[in-house]
Design a protein around this ligand. Structure first.
Ligand SMILES: Cc1ncc(COP(=O)(O)O)c(C=O)c1O
Length: 355
């Protein structure tokens, strides 16, 4: 894609790179040299700039801080041994941020602008993309209402930013999860399908209660009955039962349409394994766990790609999943996706965007 946006670039005087210990990065605490910033004012995106990563100034009355008009995306850049840099399905993130924007009454970001900003920022900070097998450059595009405003109405001014952070693997240790049967992440008619900041704030308290009891994540269930599974933490979730992979469908708009979810389902179907996207009941998963037909359960998402679940606790007991060595499906899919993301195998689906 050609660059069409007029982005002013101000480089750092001195890079932070020599100070970074890439082997010991704490997830999400180390940021690259530059960030992209744009302002939405008078009905158009303006002041497009890439500048040194630094605090930004906001009014105390900044609307997002009160009324929560804030959305984001999460994606990654990967580097192979030859030093080539790849993004994975970035256009899907460009489209999804606009789905979120529409629901939160925020202006759309033209896909060309999103892609130009991303490309130029990653190019400039290309030395920040780590090469390690479990490593990548996490990319955080986000938009929030920046208007100085008291009064509940859609703001008229916004900021769109992108910054990046080199990261290693997201999850360490076994993933024990608990099915949530009281709290709710999203309800029908709400904003569950949007990557809205408030969704994550609302999930913190129930997740903390679970973490205090030793669980890594919750499995969210539907708001009406808590009988149907939705997603797990910040991942979509899949169960391999008998000869079929089942995963919650997206029709109710209470879950995020994960880019990884879509990719994994495509690969599973290509392996000739049956996939069902439908409502998934807590009851059938527990039954499959008890009668030995639950072969695999895993979360899918940008942060972890595939996160294999070790155990699932529910109101009346606990299911232990087979040892990781026996998870042939999730092991194979995880490897295949990582190989595609790192540009090691042919990209049959046109998912890779080379920087
Ligand atoms: C709530 C939620 N569900 C699912 C996902 C997985 O989406 P993706 O595969 O696009 O990262 C994410 C992460 O972005 C998320 O925050």
């Amino acid at each position: 894609m050609d660059i069409v946006s007029n982005i002013e670039i101000e480089r750092v005087k001195e890079s932070k790179l020599p100070t970074v210990d890439f082997d010991n990065i704490v997830f999400g605490k180390q940021f690259s040299d530059h960030m992209f910033v744009a302002d939405y004012k008078n009905g158009e995106w303006q002041n497009l700039a890439i500048k040194p990563y630094a605090p930004i100034q906001l009014s105390p009355a900044c609307a997002a801080l009160h009324y929560g008009q804030a959305i984001f995306e999460g994606m990654k850049a990967y580097k192979n041994e030859q030093g080539e840099i790849f993004l994975f399905r970035p256009l899907d993130n460009a489209k999804r941020i606009n789905v979120s924007a529409k629901r939160l009454c925020m202006p759309e970001i033209p896909e060309g602008l999103f892609m130009d900003a991303l490309k130029q920022l990653i190019e400039l900070d290309s030395d920040w993309v780590p090469v390690g097998e479990q490593s990548s450059l996490y990319i955080r595009p986000y938009m929030f209402a920046s208007e100085e405003l008291l009064g509940v109405r859609p703001a008229e001014e916004y900021k769109f930013l992108i910054f990046t952070a080199p990261v290693n693997s997201y999850y360490t240790g076994d993933i024990h999860v608990k099915i949530e049967s009281h709290y709710t992440r999203a309800a029908e008619g709400g904003v569950g399908f949007a990557k809205a900041a408030g969704n994550y704030a609302a999930a913190l308290y129930p997740a903390k209660l679970a973490q205090d009891k030793g669980y890594k994540q919750l499995i969210w269930t539907d708001a009406n009955t808590h009988e149907f599974i939705e997603e797990s933490g910040t991942m979509n979730i899949m169960f391999y039962i008998g000869d079929t992979v089942i995963t919650p469908n997206l029709d109710l708009k209470t879950t995020l349409a994960g880019v990884t979810r879509d990719s994994v389902l495509t690969l599973i179907r290509e392996m000739g394994i049956k996939v069902e996207e439908r409502r998934v009941s807590v009851k059938e998963v527990i039954e499959a766990g008890e009668n030995g037909t639950l072969k695999d359960a895993f979360g899918t998402g940008t942060a972890a790609t595939i996160a294999q679940v070790a155990s699932i606790t529910h109101d009346n007991g606990r299911i232990d999943l087979p040892p990781l060595g026996e998870r042939t499906l999730s092991n194979a899919i995880g490897k295949q996706l990582t190989d595609i993301k790192k540009g090691r195998v042919a990209d049959a689906h046109n998912w890779i965007y080379k920087i």
